[in-house]
Every structure is written in C-alpha cells, then in structure tokens.
Design a protein around this ligand. Structure first.
Ligand SMILES: *Cc1c(COP(=O)(O)O)cnc(C)c1O
Length: 821
C-alpha cells in the first residue's frame, strides 16, 4: 500500500530531471496522474501526462488542491505563478514515470511474476493470490491496471511488507512491451493464451505473439502452453520453461476432464510420470485453462500436490467489477466485496465520490487482511482516506478494525462479525444515502448486500460504465480539442439510467447534458448534477421549475419565447440562458429561418434571456442517400446563426451534429456536438465504429425446461411446435419487459451457454420460450437477450426497427445494474 518514501530531490536524480526546487526535502509517497483523485496532496507527486487530456492543463487545479510537487515537460510551465512548488522538468513525463517505477522495483529482491496474454490475466492473477496467500504476502496490480501507466503505478506499490509481486502486462500496439519489461523485470513469466480477438493495431497473430513474448526475454522461468506458440518460436526461448496442455511432452499433461453433477470438474493430468488430479468449482473452458496455469505455477514453485488439491477446491469466481444498484428506502448500493485491500478501497472510494445522488455516504468495511503488515499503519491510513474522501459514517466489521476504532470519527460503529451487524442493522435506518459495501471474502458481505438491495426480478439490464467511458473517449478523440460535447441523456439515457450515467459524465467533464422534459432535469439536479442542462420539450406548465432548477429551455416558437420572458419579468433574473431551435428541414420543432427578424426584435427589447446556443437537427445524417440534404440543413443553420450573430452583441454556440454526423461530417462539428446513441456503443453511421464497446447487456434466466413431443404446441394461439420433438426453455422476459412481440416464432434469438437459440411460439407478456433441443442447457442458466452477442443492432434489423427503440424500450421494471472496474 505504498509506505515507501522518497525525497523529491532523490526522485529528481532518479529520473534525471532538471529540478527547480523550493522545498527539496518534501516527502513523496503517492504518484498522481489525475487531479480528480487527489487525496493526500502534500505527499503526492503529480505527473503531467499527455494521455486523453494533457495533464499540463490541470496543474493549476492540482495546485489549488494542495499539490506542490510536479513532473512536467520542458518549457511547458510558467513557474512564476506557483512560487512554493517543486518542478521536475523532463523530456517525456510518461518515460519518467516509468523510470521511477523501474528504479523502485529494483529496490526489492523478492520474486516478481508477470502475466501477459489475450484473456484471463486478471483472473489468473487473482487466483494465484487466492492460492498462494497462505505462503506469501503478495502485492499485485489493482483491478486490471496493466497499461503503460497502470504497470508503473502497480510497481510503485511494492514495499518491504511483501515477499511476492504479481503484475499484469497488457499492450495495445506494437513496441509497448519492451517498456513494460524494463519496468517489471520479471523473474517468472506466464503467458495465458493468444486469441484471435483484438487485432486492431497488429498485422497478424504472429506479430502479436512476438510482441507479447518480449516481456519474457530475461525471465528465469516461463510458464506457457505449446498450443499457443508455434514450434519454431518455442525453440527461440532461452529461459527454463514449464509447459502445460494436452500435447505429448508437456510438463503438466492433461489426460481427462470430468464434469460432475455438482457443477465441479475433475481434471486429471500427468506430472513427472505420476498421475494427479485437481477438482475445481467450474466447468467452462476458460476457467479450466486458468486453473491449469495456476496449477503449473504452484508446481513450479514447489508446492505439495496435496496442498494444491485442497486449495483448488475452494477457488472462487472473482467479481472484478464493482456493482451499483438500487437499494431499500431510496438508497444506492455500491457492492465491491471482491477484494479488500487499501488500493482497491481507494478505487471504490473514488467511485463513491463521483456518484453524487445522495449527500450522505456510508461505508461498510471489514477487516483488511494484509498479512504480516503493520496493522496500525493500515488502519491509520484507512482513517486518513475516509477523512479525505468525505465519508459520513463508517460501519466497521471485524475484530481487527474494531480494535482500532479510536482512529475513526466518533459516529462510527463497530461489530465483531457480519452476523452481529445483521442482527442490529435495523437500528441504522438506512435511507436516501449511498452505501459502499467493501469486505474481504471471508466476511460474506453478500448477505449485507442482499439485505440492503431492493429485490431483483431476475431480468436485468447490465450497464458497463467502463465501456461508456471508452465510447466517450472515442468520440472526444474524433473532435477538435476545443469542440464542446453535449450528451443526450433523454429517456433515461436511452434506457440505460438516469443520475448514474449523468454522474459519470459529469466526472468525465462533458460540457452539457440534454433531456427531453423538465422533470428529467429536476431529477438530475437533485442528484448532484451541476452541469448545464438543456431541456428539449419543456411544457409551458414547467417553466417555473426550469428557473428553480437552473435548467435551460430549448425555445422553438414565439408562444414559448414570450411566455418565458413574461415569467422572468416577474423575477429579478436577467440573461437567462436559452437555446434557439431552428427547423432546417427535419420539420419537427423549431423556428423557421424567416423568423429571424422577429426573434431579434424581441431579444433587443428584453434583457431577461440570453441565447446560449442556436441549433438544428439533421434528419438523415446516418445515410449517404441524404448527404446533399444534410449539407443543405447545415448551410441553413450556418446562415441563420451568422445573421443572428450580427444582430447580437454577445457570442453563442452553434451546433447540429448528432452521433452519425460526428463520424460522417467533420464539417458539422461547429462549436458543440450532441452525442447520443454512440455513447451507448451503437454506431448509427454506416461505417462500423469498431472502437466502440458494448454498454448494455439485457439478461434473464431459465425458469423451466420441458420435453416437447412432435404433436405438442407451445404458447398462446398454439403457434409454436417442434416437428421432431425436443426441449424448450421458458425464460423470464416478455413484451412487458420490452422484448417486442415480433421476436416470437424464431425471429428473436438469445444466447445460452454459448448457444444461440431461437424463440418458439408467441412472446407472452412476462415470459417466452426458447428451442433448446439437444443442447447442454439447464434450469437457472443465464440467458443473454442482447449484448455482445446477439447484438442489439441485429435484433433491431430482424424486426425492422432501430436499436434506439429496443434500448429505450427496455421497461423500467427491469432493474439496471451498473458495473465499474
Ligand atoms: C436525440 C437527439 C440527438 C442525438 O442523436 P443520436 O442519433 O442518438 O446521436 C441529437 N439532437 C437532438 C435534438 C436529439 O433529440
């Protein structure tokens, strides 16, 4: 957890910087790259990296938050303004961050394991931690920190408190692995696998393999499966190796896999001419592979087979992502009971801080099991964190945290066990607050999560917030840096959520939000959203609410304009921001171009309103057939806004681009764009945007499986049948959930255990039936209605609608659950 200290002058030497120091004795404990995550400013060193945003633009912000130590690139900073700060000037801040991490890593002589590969890195890392923690005190990359920056920050956590490090290494383009190897200097290397997915920046699978293998150039031991490395390439490996797989000659050679009726699997394999077996609580191929990798590592570290067997049995699935959901009494629950160490606590607290829907924030925290470390130091650090991150109250569970209760605020409460807490939980009267539940596995905090969550009907819409952030970045990168982004969060953010999404967008510093109705805006304001919000169809009756909640109306006719000014006349307010909508050809809402003179006349008389923006909407931006029309629309808006600009004494924004226009018409960018469907991972432009990630996954489960004879019929109107007989599964989703009735009779398909299976018979209100004949599918199995596969775009095509309708149509009774890594 980073108790290492360096003086700033030492760091200056290590990274070979041009040091401009006013306080050369400053102690540095934390490395910081994001000013939104400042926590212990005086002991933090801020690296101005040029990632998605240029860190140099945030130096003043960092300074105002108390940071006094900075690593910057040469001639980027005017130091005069910040007299009591230390600046280390370097050529390249990322290279310097890596140099510091690399130096820090060399201070420790305990083994470092590095993991690379296409899939499974994070799980293998976590399983090794589970399997080895009785023998070692392990420092490991938090979550999936495996990038050029993530690896540096992971290594920075190394300290004398540990005796083994496990570090993940991920690359996205050629040339990156050398930098990671130089930092990590691994003793043991693990290659999980090489999959075909994600070829983007690589010419071929082989190029990707060669790049990944660079990590292992100097390791003492490499653990891999020959199935993933061609033979000629294996001959170039210089280190000792330990191989696993089904091929002859593997050190750990798999002979047989037996699935039991209890959901477990027995794997039999040969090692040094003996036959051994392990039993794991998983049956799928990916888990099997990950378990074999872990088995190989334990054997090569010299663990006894009997110990390995015992530990393998109790492997648990790692929930890598924290989960946010609705709780009882209008609470929001953030459930992160997968791991409980200080670094993952920091990540969870940052997320808690970002979600502003409730003023009150409660943390339920268990003992932090970091074996062999100075306990007092750990809990002092936790107390400091809670103070800095503004936690209202703490509920501590466990004997250890209870022992240090005096470190925490006086309203904190402590219980020796989870059961004790559950017995007394009614006393807390949880309501209207955000509750972060963070506990080590053995404290079984699932039971607390269950108690505090509202009941989940088994159909849920899962929202991947990391994917949403990724998609926002993809569009930001397409735009000029000064172009503003308005994000359309109308209709519950296209069905995916309200303040949960808005809070994330606010955290990511978008410029504007837009909703359809005033009440949507009021909800956002009440949930801590202070971004400007445009309301597109305000009712005349809601004009007062607009003013009260500082919502900015779209004005599209004179009746509105006059009514709004009349209302403002009764108040002291002046220059209230409004948005003028021009109808340039969509023919929905908007002023006509010839209304210009009259608008100007009204605005010149009244100082009550001020035009914040003038905009129009494209009717066919996604289809080349309409490109001439789209360009005509842009021209109409441009001439209107130029004419208006001549009449007004102040500037305003002009905008027209929706998602498709951002991708297809760079000239439509203007001052601001209005991003909608693309944020949710759906490209409405014809050109496929393959950098977009899927945000929403609609899931349900199988309630019952039935045998069907060739003469039977299935469902209402007796529409369904299986002419050869077979099996059907009834699943808990119907048209009242938003699964359109037109998906019936084989038009819709769902994914169950990697099988894409068709509907059979008509869709009912709350249920429908799937044809699962002759497939290995059981009651209770998870069913994907849409997500990565099948894609919502394909479902939409199948019933001749658009993804917008399906996404926004998922009914509100389907619970939204948010995930964040
Ligand atoms: C919904 C909406 C958008 C966003 O459109 P997408 O196609 O989802 O990007 C933009 N502008 C207006 C006026 C809208 O109503």
């Amino acid at each position: 957890m980073g108790m290492q200290r360096y003086k700033i002058k030492e760091i200056a030497n290590i990274i070979n910087a041009n040091a401009l120091l006013t306080n050369e004795e400053d102690d540095i404990q934390h490395l910081l790259i994001d000013t939104r995550k400042v926590e212990d400013p005086l002991r933090s060193l801020f690296f101005a990296l040029k990632a998605n945003r240029d860190g140099h633009d945030f130096i003043i912000d960092a300074y105002q938050k108390g940071i006094r130590n900075f690593v910057v690139e040469k001639s980027r900073i005017d130091r005069i303004n910040l007299p009591d700060a230390n600046f280390l000037e370097v050529e390249d801040t990322l290279v310097s961050l890596q140099a510091l991490a690399s130096y820090h890593r060399t201070q420790f002589s305990y083994p470092v394991i590095a993991i690379a590969g296409s899939n499974g890195k994070t799980i293998v890392k976590d399983w090794l931690n589970q399997l080895l923690s009785p023998d070692y005190t392990i420092v490991r990359s938090p979550k999936s920190f495996n990038s050029q920056i993530g690896v540096a920050l992971s290594l920075w956590q190394m300290s004398d408190d540990y005796n083994l490090a496990i570090i993940e290494a991920g690359i996205s383009k050629p040339g990156e692995m050398d930098a990671l190897r130089k930092m990590i200097k691994p003793d043991i290397g693990i290659l999980t696998n090489i999959k075909k997915a994600h070829f983007e920046n690589f010419d071929s699978k082989q190029e990707k393999l060669e790049e990944k293998m660079k990590l292992f150039k100097d390791v003492d031991l490499l653990i891999y499966s020959p199935e993933y490395i061609p033979e000629w390439f294996q001959r170039t490996i210089n280190s000792n190796t330990f191989t696993w797989g089904s091929e002859v000659g593997c050190d750990l050679r798999i002979k047989e896999r037996i699935k039991t009726d209890f959901g477990t699997q027995i794997i039999i394999a040969d090692f040094k001419k003996h036959s051994y077996q392990i039993e794991i609580p998983f049956q799928d191929d990916a888990s099997t592979e990950n378990a074999l990798i872990c088995w190989s590592v334990l054997l090569s570290l010299g663990l006894e087979q009997s110990t390995i067997e015992a530990r393998m049995k109790s492997l648990v699935v790692v929930k890598m992502r924290l989960e946010m959901k609705h709780g009882i009494n209008n609470c929001t629950i953030i459930d992160d009971s997968y791991s409980c160490d200080v670094s993952s606590l920091i990540i969870a607290l940052d997320f808690l801080q970002q979600q502003k829907q409730h003023k009150k924030r409660t943390l339920i925290l268990s003992d932090i099991p970091e074996i062999g470390k100075d306990k007092e130091k750990i809990y002092r650090r936790v107390a400091e964190l809670l103070e800095n991150k503004g936690i209202e109250r703490l509920i501590g569970i466990g004997e250890e945290i209870s022992r240090y209760s005096s470190f925490f605020k006086s309203n904190s409460r402590f219980f020796p066990t989870t059961i004790d807490f559950l017995k007394h939980s009614h006393r807390f009267n949880f309501h209207d607050e955000t509750i972060l539940i963070k506990g080590a596995r053995k404290f079984s905090f699932e039971s607390i999560s269950k108690l505090l969550s509202s009941k989940i009907h088994e159909t849920s819409l899962e929202i991947n917030l990391n994917a949403l952030e990724n998609n926002l970045r993809v569009y930001k990168n397409k735009l000029k840096s000064k172009t503003k982004i308005m994000v359309m969060v109308k209709a519950f953010s296209y069905g995916s959520g309200s303040f949960e999404i808005a809070n994330l967008l606010q955290f990511n510093q978008v410029d504007y939000l837009a909703v359809a109705y005033a009440d949507e805006g009021v909800t956002l304001r009440s949930s801590g959203i202070h971004l400007p919000i445009m309301v597109m169809s305000p009712d005349l009756s809601s004009l007062e609410a607009l003013i009260e909640y500082k919502l900015e109306p779209e004005i599209f006719d004179f009746e509105y304009l006059n009514a709004f000014i009349n209302l403002l006349d009764k108040t002291e307010v002046k220059q209230y921001p409004i948005h003028i909508k021009l109808d340039s050809g969509m023919h929905r809402l908007g002023f006509n171009p010839e209304d210009l003179a009259k608008i100007v006349e009204i605005l010149k008389v009244s100082d009550k309103v001020k035009i914040a923006s003038v905009f129009s909407h494209l009717a066919g931006a996604d289809d080349p057939i309409h490109d001439d029309f789209s360009r005509k629309q842009m021209a109409i808006l441009n001439s209107f806004s130029q004419a208006l600009s001549k009449e007004l004494s102040y500037p305003f924004l002009t905008h027209i681009a929706n998602t498709a226009a951002i991708s297809r018409f760079p000239e439509s960018e203007l001052d601001m764009v209005r991003l909608g469907i693309g944020l949710y991972g759906i490209s409405s432009a014809l050109a496929q945007d393959n950098e977009l990630e899927t945000v929403a996954t609609l899931k349900t489960t199988i309630s019952q499986i039935k045998e069907i004879n060739e003469n039977d019929t299935i469902g209402y109107g007796r529409k369904g049948s299986l002419p050869k007989g077979g099996q059907i599964a009834t699943v808990k989703i119907g048209y009242a959930d938003g699964y359109n009735r037109r998906f019936g009779n084989g038009i819709g398909k769902m994914l169950v255990n990697d099988f894409l299976v068709p509907t059979v018979g008509n869709i009912c209100m709350d249920m429908c039936m799937l044809d699962i004949s002759n497939l290995d599918i059981r009651e209770g199995d998870e069913v994907i209605v849409f997500g990565l596969n099948p894609k919502i775009e394909d479902l939409a095509k199948a019933i001749e609608t658009i993804p917008y309708e399906l996404l926004a149509g998922v009914s509100q009774r389907v619970k939204r659950v948010y995930f964040y890594e």
